[in-house]
Ligand binder design. Structure first.
Ligand SMILES: *Cc1c(COP(=O)(O)O)cnc(C)c1O
Length: 746
């Protein structure tokens, strides 16, 4: 097996800013953990000339963006070499122009990451050189060019390197052009028709969606697609209409733009979301790609993200672990037993380690704040105040993330007076550290930052609230290792997963969060606190969420931290800390995540593709022929009758299910007849319905009979619905988009 992992950004090192936020840090952690587990994987990304924007503020608190230049020669990278030892350069078509792409290599332990770079002399057009200029900067032309270089250039680079991946993982839709290039290659080299090549490549494409809101998805209109792909289609023999249809809900709707996510969903047999709740959200978001299928059955599964523990755990805690845990604790993250030994650590040692961390954090933040304030020539009084800001013994809350509006960074400022009372308490002071960048074009996000900086300038609280400039992996590491409480207040349903809270949790920092993304799975066991309930967000919730946040702080968190101390240590608090360390370290780490990808997605994809290779793609040809036959007959396939016992109150006795179908010449094995059985819920819909297969039991004069004796698992009012679909999946989770489906009338 070899997995090719494609991502637009990678957060690997503080000194290499080719990432913007969580997606990049996750990709970096994915590579590191793959190396730890010896999973054969190669990463593909872009080597940006300038790092993602750096952040500073003007005297009014308005974000200023800088463009740090990456000096490739001081980074731990080297040119990738062909098998014959020459430096590798590949090319891609952008419209009618040829763009050359240099390939660099960085070793992440055992895993190799290949980074693509267009800033080379072979490209005479300055625009071409600038394609890999900067991450998420520039308009749609820049974006589509970057994505062509990533998806198409990336695949070409792997081939020139002599690598033969057996699984292709698109981490987010940015790399979905890869799917098209794979089709082209299979057509050219295996003599497959377009449909056959799509069918074959789909078997081992894996797509991970990270976007729970439609606005986050790359869309390219038909005109732009034609500009960039006309020549590609001419040379490859792929019909332009087929190519754009791959990225549309309704293939022939010329008004509909090409969606990178739709393309990836259509082209991948395995699709996953990044937390259980995000799976539910994604299933609803994409249900119209599987018409007629209930959203719960939309074939998108979930692998909850994790973080790379050795990267994120702080040094003082690691020293304690070395002392009290099995010596191989660094290798056995996914083994819950290792973490049970946290019970053996004397709480006071944990407490002291954390205090050391917090002192270090306070020094770090002061020095950094003074450095930035001096750079913007802030008044001497402000700089003096910064040198005394913060109290290493105070309860410290951290909040750091991108300033996208859905994250509601200002929720804790909603009632300023109430917040001030918490911050300025003499005996039980609270302090707040905030960090995060807004995208340069995100004016609402920048406005939120400025609002916070204005609040924090209030002389009565300015020693208690600091906005830390230029959030990145280094600042993240100091914060998640040194604060006491990690705050997260997204609108529920809009945070796909979130990972900073995991980093905090495995450093013994307690989470205070909306139960969204990963925290929806962890809240009860995390040792932390949930804000609000589990209802999906609506704007009228902001007030009640803010109020719930304040009362948790006032009535539970602050008292727990300051009261009932034994020898200066809050013992109940430390019990919660232990709970967080034990539960979150063992579950939300990247080893668990990589093992799930390997077992549930990569291995089946590898096996499916190996079978195709072994049979020289004959199964793909056969599958396409079969699909055509079924599609032709389908308009005439119909239910002749459907008898499903007496619906009503189930007494627990077996319910006979039977349907009679006219298959319009198809064989019973060409279709799947299924009943959806469940209790009728309050809204009249079925609660947690079960899918039951009806087996073929021969035919009578008019049609084929399918039947099953259903044994109810509980009593109550049963609802039953019967359907027929084309039977082209061994695993319902691989069901292709637009699978043919008809429901029986009742
Ligand atoms: C972990 C991390 C993130 C992701 O945090 P979220 O919880 O998803 O907001 C973003 N940026 C940096 C620098 C990180 O280290």
């Amino acid at each position: 097996m070899l997995v090719a992992y494609f991502s637009m950004e990678y957060g690997l090192l503080d000194c290499m800013p080719i990432y913007s936020g969580g997606l990049g840090v996750l990709s970096g952690d994915h590579l590191k953990a793959s190396s730890d587990l010896s999973l054969p994987l190669a990463g593909i990304g872009l080597l940006y000339q300038r790092g993602y924007m750096s952040q500073s503020f003007d005297s009014d608190g308005w974000q200023q963006e800088g463009s740090p230049v990456n000096d490739f020669y001081s980074l731990p990278i080297s040119p990738a070499l062909r098998l014959d030892g020459s430096e590798l350069v590949v090319s891609v078509l952008l419209g009618a122009a040829t763009v050359f792409v240099k390939v660099w290599r960085i070793d992440v332990g055992r895993v190799k990451l290949y980074l693509l770079d267009t800033n080379i002399p072979q490209n005479t057009d300055p625009e071409h050189r600038d394609i890999t200029g900067q991450l998420y900067a520039g308009g749609l032309h820049k974006r589509i060019s970057q994505e062509i270089v990533l998806g198409i250039g990336g695949l070409r680079a792997l081939r020139e390197l002599g690598l033969q991946p057996t699984v292709y993982h698109m981490n987010e839709g940015h790399s979905a052009f890869l799917a098209i290039e794979r089709i082209r290659v299979l057509m050219a080299e295996q003599g497959l028709a377009y449909e056959e090549a799509l069918e074959a490549s789909r078997s081992n494409n894996v797509f991970t969606t990270h976007t729970p809101v439609p606005a986050g998805i790359d869309l390219f209109d038909g005109g732009l697609m034609r500009e960039y792909f006309d020549e590609y289609c001419r040379q490859s023999g792929i019909r332009f209409e087929d190519l754009v249809a791959l990225g549309r809900h309704r293939g022939n709707d010329e008004q509909e733009p090409f969606s990178m996510a739709v393309c990836a969903l259509r082209a991948s047999a395995s699709c996953n979301a990044v937390s259980v709740l995000h799976r539910d959200v994604s299933q609803k978001m994409w249900e119209n790609l599987w018409p007629g299928l209930p959203d719960r059955e939309v074939p998108i599964t979930s692998v909850t993200n994790g973080v790379h523990l050795p990267t994120w755990i702080n040094g003082d805690l690691a020293v304690l672990y070395d002392q009290y845990l099995e010596p191989d604790w660094r290798e056995g993250h996914a083994n819950a037993k290792v973490w049970d030994q946290i019970n053996d650590i004397p709480p006071v040692e944990l407490w002291e380690a954390h205090r050391r961390r917090k002192r270090r954090l306070v020094t770090f933040i002061r020095e950094r704040a003074i450095e930035y304030a001096s750079a913007r020539q802030a008044p001497a009084s402000e700089i003096r105040a910064l040198s005394e800001a913060l109290d290493p013994e105070a309860l410290t809350i951290g909040f750091a993330r991108r300033f996208a509006t859905y994250k509601r960074a200002t929720l804790i400022f909603r009632d300023l007076e109430r917040l001030k009372r918490l911050l300025t308490s003499v005996n039980r002071p609270v302090q707040l550290l905030i960090a995060g960048k807004a995208h340069p074009q995100d004016i609402p996000g920048k406005t939120l930052i400025r609002d916070i900086i204005h609040y924090a300038a209030d002389p009565s609280i300015r020693h208690r609230v600091i906005f830390v400039e230029d959030y990145g992996m280094q600042v993240a590491r100091e914060l998640v290792g040194g604060v006491d409480v990690w705050l997260n207040t997204p609108r529920r349903g809009e945070e796909a997963c979130g990972t900073s809270g995991m980093k905090a949790g495995m450093n013994g920092v307690l989470n205070l969060s909306i139960p969204d993304g990963w925290f929806d799975e962890a809240a009860e066991k995390s040792g932390g606190w949930s804000i609000g309930g589990r209802d999906i967000y609506s704007p009228d919730r902001d007030d009640s969420h803010a109020s719930s946040l304040y009362s948790l702080l006032e009535n539970e968190i602050v008292p727990l931290f300051y009261e009932g101390r034994e020898d200066g240590m809050p013992s109940e608090w430390m019990q919660r800390v232990k709970q967080s360390l034990k539960h979150l370290s063992g579950h939300f780490n990247c080893e668990r995540m990589i093992a799930e990808y390997r077992d549930n997605l990569y291995s089946p994809a590898h096996a499916a593709y190996s079978t195709l290779l072994e049979h020289r793609f004959e199964p793909s040809r056969e599958r396409v022929r079969w699909s055509r036959t079924v599609a032709e007959a389908w308009p005439n396939v119909k239910f002749l009758s459907c008898a499903v016992g007496t619906p009503g109150i189930s007494t627990g006795a077996a319910v006979p299910l039977q349907a009679e179908l006219d298959l319009a010449g198809l064989e019973p094995s060409d279709v799947r007849v299924e009943a959806l059985v469940g209790r009728v819920g309050a809204t009249g819909a079925l609660d947690n319905p079960e899918v039951v297969l009806l087996g073929s039991s021969g035919r009578n004069s008019s049609g084929w009979i399918f039947s099953h004796e259903y044994q109810p698992k509980s009593t109550g009012r049963l609802g039953i619905a019967v359907r027929v679909s084309s039977n082209h999946f061994d695993n319902p989770l691989n069901r292709p988009c637009n699978t043919l489906l008809k429901w029986a009338d009742r």
